[in-house]
Design a protein around this ligand. Structure first.
Ligand SMILES: O=P(O)(O)OC[C@H]1O[C@H](O[C@H]2O[C@H](CO)[C@@H](O)[C@H](O)[C@H]2O)[C@H](O)[C@@H](O)[C@@H]1O
Ligand SMILES: O=c1ccn([C@@H]2O[C@H](COP(=O)(O)OP(=O)(O)O)[C@@H](O)[C@H]2O)c(=O)[nH]1
Length: 927
């Protein structure tokens, strides 16, 4: 762990609460800011007095018009082509509808979105005339998909405007779009944006390390870049402070503005501040290589809420705070001297309807027709990326080359269409990448091209929205098959919205998505996509082949999952959840969408051939049958209610004889504080794993992916467990039981072994049994912890399951009517009645008490009685031969025998029932 004292003097000062310390130099930055704020307040009050009550914050313009949809831009002041923006012209206050003033009236609440880049970039046309065009990039796309919010967007217009005339004109033009510019001069942009953001933080957060090429130059320039970064953040803060009105929510975006929450809170500690990162947050081992690691973390922690696309990123952030700053990570976030910063995952989405709607526009249809003609006879593979090293464009192209190399028949039938949007062109690494990509494309086209066609169409340019939609949607008819494949091979990617947009535009076409496992989107779209490791060129090439040859059925199935996800997890949901369901505003009920389409409860059905044998065994007066299950009471009622037997539900937390009511045997003092945080995680993975579901039981939560794709289910389970162990349950008294298709989290001590003691105690008591139980048969598929049921009957067993069941019942002697069991368990008829209790036995779970919090029904024994049922009793006497345990389908077990399948169990019980009816069972009791 890194010592906290490594903080800069400024950090240490802040940490120790000396921010506004008296007696200090009154000209510090903070004090200047405070003074400025006071001055501004007074000035505003004067302006408002003069203008009457303005209500909406002085300087801002009329309700906005919207940036142009077609991306070709328009002269400021012209008409928009289509409405796509983040705020309607007449502000509808979605938040206001949910927030209440003290008097219970709806209160208007505004959102200040602060991001490095405005949704429009400005191009100068004259001294005071500007042309605005939509900026490319996922952050902009996602935020444009957020509707019905009274929002202002504060950011950089992507251009240097040194003169006042230009600044004034641009401010006015942007105000029509509800955008407020932050003017950054060239030097700041160079050091802050090109330098610290895109040459330092960007590669680091994407696991590409700090710049390698010229380490010395990097080291030298680091400090000046970091200073510029802080200065730039302060400039953003100044603009926010200027436009902030009491009650506004300020939502800061991305790695460019990690310093901003601190600047804002220093200025006004009451401001509600959220910060969201659009890139991955790397493992703390990577983050700790950054010279300014502590300062950045602390600045972000000043926010009230910190959000990431996935749990992995959120977990990495929390562990960076614990390991580097020495702070405490809790399931809710990070705690510092009693102050909690909430940290959570809020996966972004798109406005899928916008894409779907666009497909009906004549302009888009025309594009589609053109493309269809252009590529007729060929299957199209599509790549759309900013020309960024994280997007794995060279890897993608090399994989395509390998595919062509190995599949000559495809050479004139497939084309890779790669849109590579130029980005950050002033950063040397990006310039190098551009040449590298051009070189590879040229080589491959030279190698596989013909006079009339080339295999790779590479475009170094961005497309307008309509052209992009057409590209996502174009269908090519080859041999009467509609076909299309999107290739996303990011080496790391916060989310990757291109994959979402492609899916949204597929509609009926059901193209195939090949998706990097290193994109955040893999967790959401992995069920339908072909997941690949982009570094493994051979694997990507094989996936291309697989995609191109995929059957329509499989394509349809895969597409259905992804389409459902993309159309239900929208940008709107994302913004609402981040801002309005979390801590930034009053909490509201969830929309009810989540989990709505999931399977609620597994349909358990008893093996049809079991009925007769079970009835016979249950009706045998000398036999007691107990079904002990993890399922809840209703499942047992439905399946076993008709038999004369004991039912123990939820791992023995509830017990009833089928002739009576359910009773609880829940131990006292079970700590269930962990439930809520685990439930969130289960909900998250349930939503992202089609056909998985989870059950919330009294003492446990079970996530089941029995009906999901097995491989994807396992991947998700692995991610889920990793997250659970390091987060929500890291300090909780819970056990995790991993099934072959399930993950169960339950309170510690809730095991079948612990339960069986209480259950037998109850049964013995209720039957007033004095005759010893002379034979116990225990058959089941018990997972991990539940194997302690065998230890209950055989305390000398090791606590871990043995490597294999000690004998295969199916291969060894099976019970026959006249010779029920051979081997160790053959002596059932020679039972040793009245033999002694093994006093040295310490039953598992006997230390648990019956719950005092639950009503103990008449006839139900007190906890003390329950605890001591075997003391001094000779009812349960299990010498080696009177106990017979049998695992089902689980070789690594402490059971003595193994049955491989449920059919074998049925056959076995049939023979047992026949034996019982012939009277061979003697005075046996069967569990
Ligand atoms: O503003 P630029 O420097 O031109 O870069 C464009 C944006 O790139 C990054 O986008 C990320 O956000 C997406 C939406 O959350 C996400 O899907 C993607 O994986 C990220 O790479 C960057 O984070 C943005 O700030 C930039 O505006
Ligand atoms: O010519 C183009 C190509 C892409 N995009 C948009 O750029 C975004 C890229 O977002 P993504 O999350 O995939 O990656 P990012 O570029 O933000 O890292 C998507 O919304 C695309 O629609 C665009 O506006 N014009």
């Amino acid at each position: 762990m890194k010592p906290v004292s490594e903080e800069s003097p400024e950090e240490q000062h802040n940490m120790h609460g000396g921010k506004y310390g008296g007696g200090r130099n009154p000209t510090t930055r903070v004090e200047r800011l405070l003074r400025d704020r006071e001055l501004r307040k007074i000035k505003r009050a004067i302006v408002q007095d003069e203008a009457g009550s303005s209500g909406d914050g002085g300087e801002e313009a009329e309700p906005p018009e919207h940036p142009s949809e077609n991306g070709t831009g328009k002269e400021a002041g012209g008409e928009p082509d289509d409405e796509i923006v983040y705020g309607p012209s007449t502000p509808v206050t979605m938040i206001g509808a949910r927030s209440r003033s003290n008097r219970g009236k709806p209160m208007k609440q505004r959102l200040l979105v602060v991001a490095n880049r405005l949704p429009v970039s400005a191009v100068r046309r004259g001294e005071d005339s500007w042309f605005l065009e939509i900026s490319a990039g996922g952050l902009v796309s996602a935020l444009l998909g957020v509707k019905d919010v009274d929002a202002r967007w504060i950011g950089w217009a992507g251009v240097n405007v040194p003169d006042e005339v230009g600044q004034r004109a641009l401010t006015k033009a942007l105000a029509e779009k509800r955008c407020i510019p932050v003017f950054l001069d060239e030097e700041i942009v160079h050091l802050y944006y090109n330098g610290y953001c895109n040459n330092m933080l960007w590669p680091l957060f994407h696991y590409l390390g700090l710049p390698q090429e010229d380490r010395l130059a990097t080291t030298r320039s680091f400090q000046s870049q970091f200073d510029a970064y802080k200065r730039a953040n302060q400039m953003f803060a100044d603009v926010v402070n200027k436009h902030y009105q009491e009650g506004d929510v300020v939502w800061c975006h991305d790695y460019h503005l990690m310093f901003l929450p601190k600047c804002l809170k220093e200025h006004n500690s009451k401001m509600k501040v959220g910060w969201f990162l659009h890139t991955p947050f790397p493992s703390s081992e990577i983050h700790r290589t950054l010279p300014s690691r502590s300062e950045l973390l602390r600045s972000v922690l000043a926010a009230d809420l910190v959000g990431f696309h996935t749990y992995d990123y959120a977990r990495h952030f929390v562990s960076a705070c614990t390991r580097i700053l020495g702070l405490e990570g809790t399931p809710e976030g990070v705690e510092d001297q009693g102050r909690l910063t909430r940290v959570a995952a809020f996966p972004i989405g798109i406005d899928a309807d916008r894409f779907k709607r666009a497909l009906d526009l004549p302009a888009v249809k025309e594009h589609i027709n053109e493309l269809t003609k252009r590529f007729a006879g060929r299957k199209v593979m599509l790549g759309v990326d900013r020309l960024d090293m994280i997007k794995g464009i060279p890897q993608k192209i090399l994989a395509f080359e390998k595919f062509l190399e190995e599949n000559s028949a495809w050479r004139d039938k497939v084309v890779l269409l790669q849109i590579a949007v130029p980005t950050r062109t002033d950063v040397p690494e990006y310039q190098k990448l551009t040449s590298q990509v051009h070189e590879i494309v040229g080589r491959i086209n030279g190698r596989f091209g013909t006079l009339t066609a080339v295999p790779i169409h590479h475009l170094d340019r961005s497309l307008d929205f309509h052209a992009l939609c057409a590209l996502y949607a174009v269908l090519v008819i080859v041999f009467a098959l509609l076909f299309y494949v999107a290739l996303v091979t990011s080496l790391r990617d916060g989310m990757n919205l291109v994959s979402y947009e492609f899916v949204a535009c597929q509609g009926e076409k059901k193209g195939v998505l090949i998706l990097s496992e290193f994109a955040g989107a893999a967790q959401s779209l992995g069920a339908g996509a072909l997941l690949v490791n982009p570094w493994n060129i051979a694997e990507v090439s094989a996936s291309i082949g697989y995609a191109l040859n995929m059957s329509p059925d499989e394509r349809e199935k895969r597409h259905r999952h992804n389409y459902a996800h993309v159309t239900t997890h929208t940008a709107q949901d994302w913004a609402e959840t981040f801002g309005f369901n979390a801590t930034l505003t009053e909490s509201v009920e969830s929309t009810g969408r989540r989990g709505g389409d999931q399977i609620k409860e597994m349909e358990l059905k008893l093996h049809p051939e079991l009925k007769v044998s079970l009835t016979a065994l249950c009706n045998d007066t000398r036999t007691t049958v107990v079904v002990l299950s993890g399922s809840d009471r209703s499942v047992l009622d439905d399946n076993f209610g008709e038999y004369n037997m004991w039912l123990a539900a939820e791992n023995g937390m509830f017990l009833r004889h089928t002739g009576g009511d359910w009773m609880t045997t829940m131990p006292e003092h079970l700590n269930m504080d962990w439930v809520d945080s685990v439930k969130h995680v289960f909900e998250y993975f349930t939503e992202r794993t089609p056909r998985s579901h989870f059950e919330h039981r009294e003492t446990s939560l079970v996530w089941n992916y029995k009906y999901a794709d097995v491989e994807f289910g396992r991947l998700q389970a692995r991610d889920m467990l990793q997250h659970l162990w390091t987060g929500p349950i890291s300090n909780a008294a819970v056990d995790v039981v991993q099934g072959s298709r399930s993950v169960e989290v339950r309170s510690v001590g809730v095991t079948k072994g612990a339960a069986i003691d209480r259950i037998l105690g109850e049964i013995v008591h209720s039957k007033s049994m004095v005759t010893p139980i002379d034979y116990v048969l225990c058959v089941g598929h018990f997972l991990g912890k539940d194997e302690d049921i065998y230890t209950f009957f055989e305390p000398e067993l090791p606590s871990e399951p043995a490597n294999s069941s000690r004998m295969k019942l199916s291969e060894a002697s099976k019970p026959t009517p006249d010779k029920r069991l051979t081997g160790r368990s053959s002596s059932i008829k020679n039972n040793s009645r009245g033999s002694h209790v093994k006093s040295q036995r310490v039953p598992v779970g006997s230390e648990k008490k019956m719950s005092a919090n639950h009503n103990i029904p008449a006839g139900w024994r007190s906890p003390q009685e329950a605890m001591s049922w075997r003391e001094g009793s000779s009812v349960l006497d299990l010498k080696g031969d009177n106990y017979f345990s049998c695992a089902v389908g689980r070789k690594r077990s402490n059971a003595r025998y193994l049955l491989n399948t449920s059919d074998e169990v049925v056959a076995f019980l049939r023979k047992l029932a026949e034996a019982a009816s012939l009277g061979f069972a003697g005075n046996s009791d069967t569990l």
